[in-house]
Ligand binder design. Structure first.
Ligand SMILES: [Fe+2]
Length: 395
């Protein structure tokens, strides 16, 4: 088989990776740096190691904080205008997914005419002609994988749309686990399960390749062995490091292989009930795999090994079911509610959720098992009732 693989141009990863920042900035010949940072992240002092590096080298910079999660278009357009006003020659994004999305969107928009609205994936009429400014993305959670992918999400009135183009890929991603040390337990849990979901969905994707499998397996291993410990004790540096590294390589894997059913059914939960992305994935994760495992048993066996629940005397079926049960147990152990009722969803809402999920055809097409309307509805019912089929049959 042949396959392609796309990634950011450069990745600096590991403890104290932010110390590479001055060299990176210089390598682009940049003199005026525009930093997009989450206000909460700035307030918590998490951007200080980044700005300290710029200060020490006497690099001129401005920290722009007028951001919000899954921002509306006007927030993005204001960010682009501010970037142009500053006459920046390099962009840095520091924070969670949205800060990194805005940073890469603004960097590309800097080189292109018009509003972000003109370039939206579903409703836009223009395509990018120029790459814009170079950009360095620095995640402070582990993680959305936003430092790896070329997608920036924006909220419209009742829905979401994205900018997506290879121009949005980071010129450099800097993944320093030290920036994640103070992330609160609930965000560590939600972003960590998002990263795990990226890896398990990439592993079973119909677009998986030997390279994405290798990365997904390592990501599952790292995240599943460390997520409980990291949520319990955020000061555990080794566990934090495993999560940061695991999240980043899960990003590389899913950016190339794609995510599918869990994300497809999670998006309407975010849109209609404002369930944060990581929690929306988490509450669906076991129920989606409870449905698809018989159609992906070899991959489910690999997953059982990466999750460390595989035993020599298990049949293929038993190993696959053990993997599903372990996904459920991880979600429970990191204290994310295990059914939809906790997020304000009523039984009457499941049809509307199903309608919305059927529109995610690009994501659903990557699933090893296709979904009918009834099957999507049935998955929401399972997540609503908190009932896992494999629990009943598992010995
Ligand atoms: Fe995700």
């Amino acid at each position: 088989m042949s396959f392609s693989f796309v990634s950011p141009l450069r990745i600096e990863a590991g403890e104290a990776a932010v110390k590479q920042l001055p060299n990176l900035v210089k390598s682009f010949g940049a003199e005026r740096v525009f930093v997009f940072a989450d206000p909460g992240v700035v307030k918590a002092g998490i951007t200080t190691p980044v700005t300290d590096e710029l200060d020490q080298e006497g690099i001129t910079y401005y920290v722009y904080q007028d951001l919000q999660p899954e921002p509306p278009i006007h927030i993005g357009d204001h960010a682009v205008a501010a970037l142009k006003d500053f006459q920046a020659d390099l962009v840095i994004g520091v924070g969670g997914g949205s800060a990194l999305d805005i940073a890469s969107a603004a960097a590309v928009m800097h080189g292109n005419e018009g509003s972000i609205e003109d370039y939206l994936n579903l409703s836009g009429t223009k395509s990018f002609q120029h790459k814009g400014l170079p950009k360095i993305l620095i995640p402070t959670t582990a993680g959305t994988g936003a430092e790896i992918t070329d997608i920036a999400v924006f909220s419209l009135e009742n829905t979401k749309d994205v900018l997506t183009h290879e121009y949005l890929l980071a010129d450099a991603a800097v993944v320093d686990p030290a920036l994640t040390y103070t992330v609160p337990a609930s965000i560590t849990a939600a972003t960590g399960v998002d990263a795990l979901t990226h890896a398990v969905e990439a592993l079973v994707s119909v677009n998986a390749t030997p390279l994405t499998d290798t990365l997904a397996m390592k990501a599952i291993q790292l995240i599943s062995s460390s997520i409980r410990q990291t949520v319990r004790d955020g000061s555990n540096k080794e566990a934090r490091s495993n999560m940061a590294w695991g999240s980043m390589i899960a990003g590389l894997s899913f950016y190339n292989a794609g995510v599918s059913g869990v994300h497809a059914l999670a998006y309407p939960l975010g849109g209609m009930f404002k369930v944060p992305h990581g929690e929306a994935n988490a509450v669906l994760l076991p129920y989606i795999f409870d449905f698809i495992w018989p159609y992906a048993t070899p991959k489910m066996n690999m997953m059982a090994q990466a999750l460390n629940v595989y035993e020599e005397d298990m049949s293929e079926e038993e190993a696959a079911k053990a993997a599903v049960l372990e996904l459920k147990s991880i979600v429970e152990d990191v204290q994310i509610p295990a059914d939809l009722t906790h997020f304000g969803v009523k039984r009457d809402d499941l049809k509307a959720l199903t309608e919305a999920a059927t529109k995610q055809s690009r994501l659903l097409a990557r699933s090893p098992k296709s979904y009918s309307y009834e099957e999507i509805f049935d998955r929401y019912v399972a997540a609503f009732e908190g009932k896992l089929e494999v629990s009943k049959t598992h010995s």
